[in-house]
Write a protein that binds this ligand. Sequence first.
Ligand code: ARG
Length: 653
Amino acid sequence: MNALAELRSRFAQALSEFTPDPATFAAMVRPTQDAKFGDFQANFAMPLAKQLGKNPCELAAEIVGKLDVAGLCQPLEVAGPGFINIRLKDNWLTEQTNRSVADARLGVEPVAKPKRIVIDYSAPNVAKPMHVGHLRSTVLGNALYRVAKFLGHHVQGDNHIGDWGTQFGMILFGYKNFLDRAAFESAPVTELARQYRLVSQLSGYHDAKAEKPKAETRLARLETELATAEANKPANDKSAEKALKKQRSDLNEVREQVASLKKQIEVIESSPSLRPLAEVHPRIAELSRLETAKLHAGDEENTRLWNQFVPQCLAAIQGIYDRLDIRFDMTCGESFYNPMLADVVAEFQSKGLASESDGAICVFIPGNAAPFIVRKRDGAFTYATSDLATIRYRVNELQADTMLYVVDTRQSEHFRLLFETAKLWGYGDRELVHVNFGTILGKDNKPYKTRSGDTIGLESLLDAAVAKALQIVNENDDRKPEGRELSDDARATVAETVGIGAIKYADLRHNRESDYVYDEDKMLATTGDTATYMQYAYARVAGIFRRGGINRETLRNSGGRVLFTHPSERALSLQLLRLSEALDGVLAENRPNILTDYLFATANTFSTFYQECTVLKEPDDAIRASRLLLCDLTARVIATGLDLLGIKTCEQM
Ligand code: ARG
């Protein structure tokens, strides 16, 4: 049970006599940071008293008088300027813990009113191999999916793949012009990926050539402006100093841009194989777009090739999903919605929600300068059109109440306009949420790239983490006092679990809106807030049972009860009880890091308990059984929590 939610609801009841907005004040009941103030603390008395013109201490006492928590809490205590300290009754807490011990769901009740939630996640553009940029959506989305499902919601995980966009035009162009037939026969996806890269490099070259003179002019202008400003800078003028700083940083940005354009051009021009290709194909970008347009228009050859490529690309991506243990309920990508797009636009037009502007069909959203374009001037439908069709489908066919879009923050504007448009369209009663996230950075604090500037392939990222994990597992196993315990095969399996777990956990433990630096050493550290630490914590508990020759199943059914004889048993019980609160928290804010924080705290609380309380060597049978039950529950909470994050555990490491 979610004790915090229970307390809040009881406080809300008492508070309803004092305010029309009891929920807001009840939300000020929070877990304490310091156990000396109890388990939870309420600090609403101060703001509420201010509103009511009362004395906060008296008000707190008055509310406590109305509160019905007799079975749950020890007598409440009003402290300081009106804090209410709340301590759960020991017998209530042991009762809950004993229930969790006997419960496959570890005391987490399913929600009373399940929602129909569609989680739109991963969603790579499939014409190119998956890269580091796809990691966050995949991992975050899957964690939310698992948690929502565990809590009893009806969840559909939908991989809204990009299988219809400009990238396909690029590989179609590449296939027709540059294909290495033998390479394609032996490894089609690798060859298609090479085509994609080649076409994007060549068209990038022509873009860079067009852009370079403009950027150089800009650079020259900024240089002159800066020199003038520096020459005329008044002494000791803070705001002039600040303006100069800004000018310098703008200048640097353009300087970097020019450098990168030069490099892009240089790479092609210095290459004996690429240079002639670039010369022969000056219109490559335009012609690739034409290939996409032909595909969309139903061109026979392009449709045939598309039908051949998509399954091949998907199969390659599936390899990564298998390794990451990610499954979807449906994979309805952009192409799936293609047949519905004309109708969507017609509906917007007939309802008077969209109008023509400069040849394009646009939805004008009141209060927004930018229109939402649903059909371009050349007749092509857009990402926006297909997302609108997707919403209609999810409402009509899947009866979705809630749609979560786990997509990069850089698409915020798209989703803002999409959701506004959906509201105009009549879907205002559905909950549409952009679960946005930041960028994965390299150690240089820039988006993570290889030294040559390519995005990092996901496959190689996984391989590298697993290789590093294997080293750690080997060292750890070699160091064991009685010699190694794991066979080579077992070590390899553990390394895969540890390596993949580390990558996922490192991603999930950050606040999703923040960027973070991808750091293999840190994510695989055996101490600190890492999956590796959690996995070792789990294996250590499993080891207690192995050493004691105790079957955990039997233990649970042996009639032993959790009892408190030491403060750290109580602290651990309370922490284990809070799993439910953590999971509710994850879904309330779509933040898996609430669960990683919880698990880290749980491992630490367990560690204290294990230092302070003897377990296997405890002479008193009842206390020994109680402590073993706490160990077992801890292990299950950690394994379940990690599993809900998509992370596996090993019994022995
Ligand atoms: N394929 C898109 C991309 O890679 C993400 C799609 C997200 N989902 C959506 N319904 N728009 O940028």
